[in-house]
Write a protein that binds this ligand. Sequence first.
Ligand code: ZN
Length: 217
Amino acid sequence: MFIGHYALAFGAKRMAPAVSLGTLFLACQFADLLWPTLLMLGVEVVEIDPGNTLLTPLNFVSYPYSHSLVMLLVWSALFAITYRLIRGSRPAAIATLAVLVFSHYVLDVITHRPDMPITIGGTERLGLGLWNHPAGTLALESALFIAGATVYAASTRPRDRVGNIGLWSMIAALGAIYFAALYGPPPPNTAAVAGAGQLLWLFVLWGYWVDRHRVVR
Ligand SMILES: [Zn+2]
């Protein structure tokens, strides 16, 4: 799952208008932002295995700290607590961010084959394997993404040209990366996977930048 995560962040702006899109991106993709660093440190392991599912050449060998059910609950609580400490008591915003962090697990379980750990050390893993049904994956993620982006665009309006062009170019970039990952060649090695994963931080910055140039309607 890729653009589906961003879809929920975009849509969450309606629930928590005071929260910047950058923070919403940080929440929905917290697991995938943590993952490349854990790969680089050797704490988590991925292998390149074309055909692992029809839509991803990656075999997620071990990623319990970034992608287990238990740790997503922990990250969700820590994210909410940190936001509360920095921004003060804003119940709707805090609840929205907590749900967004955990939503990553639910959406990944839908697309991954059964490789999503439940606990850190356990062997039980969940996954409904939508990635083996390319048309279904494309339909679900694209529909979510269009719906989410529409909600964000309708809940806010541009303050200036950056707020307009910045938003639509970001939406186009996310869509382009999604299709390139689906239809492009498999990555050459796992270092490239981790390196490309770190680029997702750019979308967090992009989210803050765009959001500062838009106002809530
Ligand atoms: Zn993920």
